[in-house]
Write a protein that binds this ligand. Sequence first.
Ligand SMILES: [Zn+2]
Length: 397
Amino acid sequence: MCIAFLKRAIFLSFVSCLCWASVGSAGAEIVARDIRIGVHKSKTRVVLDLTTNVKFTIFALADPYRIVLDLPDIRWQVPAAAARRNGGLIAGLRYGQYQPGKSRVVLDLRAPGTVGKSFMLPPGEGYGPRLVIDIKNVSRKAFLASIRPPAKKVPRATQKIVLKPTRKPAERPLVVIDPGHGGVDPGAIGISGIFEKRVTLAMARQVGKAIQALGRQRVRLTRNRDIFIPLRRRVAIARAAGAELFVSIHADSIANRRVRGGGIYTLSENSSDKEAAALAAKENRADLIAGVNLSGHDDEVASILIDLTQRETMNYSAQFAAALVPELRQLIQMRRKPHRFAGFVVLKAPDVPSVLIELGYLSNRRDEKMLTSPRSRAAIAKAIARSVDNYFRVQKR
Ligand SMILES: [Zn+2]
């Protein structure tokens, strides 16, 4: 077994790290069977049950305290209950694909903690190879000292705002559909254990098909598989592709299981109400949830001044939202105020009208049933496609 210090990973440029490598059999598919937590007096132990030894890197992030475990491509065959496990220093955990060829586990800590030991345990006691991480409670000072300072901000002057390409006259307008969450960020967890990221992807694919069937717009998805994409990257994908409409698809969850209904959200400087502001804050946490270190990023999108272009874009977004409400209302129960405003990061393209649809609550049995039924999904997708078509028809006039 060899131990290597890996210096090259991009993330390690601004994080502290314990980097142990244990060489596994090359080429074989790696399957994760479970993630377990053991609470001991002096440490919290996290065990990942695997089918082979793996190379891994670990780093920590502050505010909130997180420990991130980066792994090679892994097939996740863990029980549904694994996503809800917690105990000791671990407040919650997530796992999934982070980038092509790279999987990630994010551990949310209740208090500052550092990794004391991390190692591969050979098969035994009825288990296969196990990756073991021992986390011990430390002071905030010690935690911060274990993390290298974040990378320097890029000076504003060197940043260019990429201009969105314009469409050739003969080309059909492009609609970018954005399935919310993905990979290591599961989004909301449904009453049956289904992840929002699966519901949004299935719905986005269906919406894409429905738009193509009408044949008057082109479609692109920000993701077409179970992979994590940072919020700003989703905006960048839409702009780089020359999108003329951006539709982000989500489903919410809430402690009160009786709450149900869909809602449509567009960007504004001031939220329309507290609930919309809370929802935006929740959705804007996606990057944090996936263990992205935001401290080194310059908030390019957020800092773009809301100028005339953006105001016009916001008006178009509101027009599309208004077109959506009556179409969706025929199929899904809508919230009391169906169109609301808040500062969603994913809606911040200055020149692409953007709308976020919350299709319903996965924490409500009826909403979850509706959103997981292929039949009702197809009907909702057609309604969204009709609204898209109506929106472009009005624009042409
Ligand atoms: Zn969501």
